[in-house]
Design a binder for this molecule. Sequence first.
Ligand code: CDP
Length: 219
Amino acid sequence: MVSDAHRRVIAIDGPAGAGKSTIAKALSSRLNMKYLDTGAMYRAVTYEAMLRELDLHDQRCVAQLAQECDLHVGIDRVIINGHDATVAIRSAEVTGNVSTVAANSDVRTEMRVRQQEWATAHGGGVIEGRDIATVVFPNAVLKIFLTASPEVRAQRRVDQSGGDVTEIAAAIAERDLLDRTRADSPLASSSDSIIVDTSNRAIEDVVDEIEKLFLERSL
Ligand code: CDP
């Protein structure tokens, strides 16, 4: 049976730089719902595996770490095994390796269970990721797939963290390809997702649109 909490989820999926985090956070505060960044969970496991110098292609070893780790992902803090990884999980090194760890099926199974437990504990929420609508919460009340042109997505990342736009665009394209082509729960829109292109729109405008869609559905 599908729990009511799993229905009270707004799923926000999409590729890097589509605006997921900004839009999901704004929505959660407007609607007074909890917010979960599932990408931060995969990033934290990747960071911890790198810290322990594990071979990221050793699926069993990385999966065991994922299964045993004490992980807390809050709105502005990420703590893994007692240490604060909030900043470290955004490094270029972690970003470059996270798709390898996220392709590990046993890691995904563990993260999926934790995400579902999180929603049960919080009575739903605004949850962002890559497979939230397709796999983790197929019964979510609202499913949004955010997109933006590759140029806009790369420029947003440069505005956030600096760097060379051509290099960032190439890194994003490589990660997108890995995320879209992996066997287990690849990045994809669900057949019942609403696709929203954020390329030339103000954040507030997109948040307004999603809020309206949610309020219509929850009447
Ligand atoms: O912020 P950005 O969009 O760059 O990435 P993120 O949301 O922090 O996700 C980092 C990586 O985690 C993605 O590139 C995916 O490989 C993986 N991920 C995933 O596989 N499934 C999710 N639900 C969320 C993230």
